[in-house]
Every structure is written in structure tokens, then in C-alpha cells.
Design a protein around this ligand. Structure first.
Ligand code: NAP
Length: 284
């Protein structure tokens, strides 16, 4: 029997519906709509498209947005000052700085100018540490989306062997920490890992977060395993060889339509949660 698909599109739609209702409720009760500020440095076409998409999705959910487009020549100091202003602005509840900001920018300095209570993209050291300690805060959106998918499909984590392939600060590393918090036994793999297939073969849960088309082969998937493919490569191809993996897995995310839609849905949900907190209302 081929694996059951984990339908990220449907789950994201439900989360966005809940978020839309919560945004409307906040707006009705406070007279202020939740607002996300997006900051873009330069005109990289992919980044322009991502930011536009995020703003459109905000608008559909009843979340306002304020867009700050800065020239590619912007310095780190100017970018930090812009973000610090947004952090201090009571009309802005969440801040998203689109990555990459350019090779001459100290992105860490820019991210750290985001006030923790407005870090709805989960990129600051404060958010990362809070997640690591299991304290309240905002999680990085893609890992947050993956955890919601696992929860929606009743994937128990306790005692499971989870293998995370990839260790980036926004994806692999935090998703491993969240799986650990759920009592999974977590192994990280990366570009220097020896014999990746042997480690993948032991996994009850595989999270692929690399950016290499079909790196994970179906023959290495343990029968019945849960396969989460966060990879997104040219031609709508994931990091897992979908057809062969589906034949062995118990649950698997498609690409597209698995992890991808969850990322923006979590961003919107966290923006509304931030607004509720800052406006002093309980989100319903
Ligand atoms: P990244 O920063 O480039 O990190 C890639 C990770 O993969 C690194 O840790 C790297 O190891 C590891 N890696 C590279 N080659 C490997 C190999 N042959 N074997 C094992 N590990 C290897 O990428 P990212 O930002 O985490 O993104 C990863 C993928 O997820 C991309 O396809 C991206 O498009 C996708 N993504 C999707 C979403 C979404 O919303 N669905 C969001 C973010 C990212 P080292 O650390 O040793 O270099």
C-alpha cells in the first residue's frame, strides 16, 4: 500500500481560516487590524515575489501590511535603524525581513533589531533560545509548519528515531530541536555526514531539509516511516525521491502541497498572535 499523503494545502487552509477569524475578532474588538511589516533590500526577483505573495496572503486574511523597500545599496546601519523604528512603532505587530538581504549586509545584526514580541518569522536569537528552552515565543515558520503537520496526522514522537537531513538555522536545526522537545531521539545529518543512507534507513521519521533534488532514495526509507520533504528544487522537485519513497513510507508529504503551504500559514498565525498580545486581547 502506498503511503498516505500529508495534505499541507488543506491543513494550511484550515489554519488560515482560523487566523482570518481571529484577525477579524481582534479588529472588531480593538479597532486595529493586525499589521505585518515586510522589509526588502534590493530587487532580487524571487524575493520580490515571495514578499508580494506574503502581503497578498495577509490581505486575504484581514491582516494589514506595510512594505519597506530599500535600495540594494542600503548599509547594515541603515537597515538596522529601519527595523529598530518598526520595532518601536505601535502600529506594527510583526516584522519580516526577507532573506537574503545582500552579501554586504550583516543579516544577523538586522535580524537582532527585530523586537522579540514582533519576531513572527522566528529569526532572532531570542526566539531561537526560547524554542530551545521550551519557553513561549515564535518559532521559525517552516519548522512550526512541519510540527503542525505531524500533529494533524497524529504522528507520535516519543521514543521515535527522527533523522533530520540539513542543519540550517531556519530549518534543519530548529526542526530537530522541536522534535527533541517532543521526546523523539534525534539525529542530524549534513554535508559531512558519512553514510547518509545507513542513517536514514533507521529513521521512523525523516525530515529532508537540504535543497538537493531526490537526495533521499525510496530504498532507504524504513517501511512505514513518516517522510517530511521540506526541500524545494527547480521543477517542483523535493529532496526525496517521491515515487519510490511513497511505496515504502506510511505517511509522506508531497512536493508541492506538503510543507510549503504551511510556512506562510504559520507566519500569518504568528502575526495575529503577536497583534493580540500587543493589543492586550486574548486571541480567540
Ligand atoms: P541551506 O541553508 O542551504 O542548508 C542546507 C543543509 O543541507 C545544510 O545543513 C547542508 O549541510 C545540508 N546538505 C547539503 N548537501 C548535503 C548532502 N549531500 N547530504 C546531506 N546534507 C547536505 O538550506 P535551507 O534554507 O535549510 O533549505 C533547505 C531546503 O528547504 C531548500 O530546498 C529550500 O528551498 C527548502 N525550504 C523550503 C521552505 C518551505 O517553505 N517549504 C522554507 C525554507 C527552505 P552543511 O550544514 O554541512 O552545509
Amino acid at each position: 500500500m502506498p503511503a498516505q499523503l500529508m495534505d499541507g494545502t488543506a491543513l494550511a487552509r484550515r489554519l488560515v481560516e482560523e487566523t482570518t477569524a481571529a484577525a477579524a475578532d481582534i479588529t472588531r474588538r480593538t479597532g486595529t487590524a493586525p499589521c505585518l511589516a515586510t522589509v526588502l533590500v534590493g530587487e532580487d526577483p524571487a524575493s520580490v515575489t515571495y514578499v508580494r505573495m506574503k502581503r497578498n496572503r495577509c490581505a486575504k486574511a484581514g491582516i494589514g501590511s506595510r512594505h519597506i523597500a530599500l535600495p540594494a545599496s542600503t548599509t547594515t546601519a541603515e537597515l538596522v535603524a529601519t527595523i529598530a523604528d518598526l520595532s518601536a512603532d505601535p502600529d506594527v505587530h510583526g516584522i519580516l525581513m526577507q532573506h537574503p538581504a545582500g552579501p554586504h549586509i550583516d543579516e544577523r545584526a538586522a535580524f537582532e533589531a527585530i523586537a522579540p514580541e514582533k519576531d513572527v518569522d522566528g529569526v532572532t536569537m531570542h526566539s531561537f533560545a526560547a524554542m530551545g528552552f521550551g519557553l513561549p515565543g515564535f518559532v521559525s515558520c517552516t519548522p512550526g509548519g512541519i510540527m503542525r503537520l505531524l500533529d494533524a496526522y497524529d504522528v507520535g514522537l516519543a521514543g521515535k528515531r527522527a533523522v533530520v537531513v540539513g542543519r540550517s538555522a531556519i530549518l534543519g536545526r530548529p526542526v530537530g530541536m522541536l522534535l527533541l522537545a517532543g521526546d523523539a531521539t534525534v539525529t542530524y545529518c549534513h554535508s559531512r555526514t558519512a553514510d547518509l543512507p545507513a542513517i536514514v534507513r533507521e529513521a521512523d521519521i525523516v525530515v529532508a531539509a537540504v535543497g538537493r533534488p531526490r537526495l533521499i532514495r525510496g530504498e532507504d526509507i524504513k517501511p512505514g516511516a513518516v517522510v517530511i520533504d521540506a526541500g524545494y528544487n527547480a521543477g517542483n522537485v523535493g529532496d526525496v525521491d517521491f515515487d519510490t519513497a511513497r511505496a515504502r513510507a506510511g505517511l509522506i508529504t508531497p512536493v508541492p502541497g506538503g510543507v510549503g503551504p504551511m510556512t506562510i500559514a504559520v507566519l500569518l498565525a504568528q502575526t495575529v498572535r503577536a497583534a493580540a498580545h500587543q493589543l492586550g486581547v486574548q486571541a480567540r
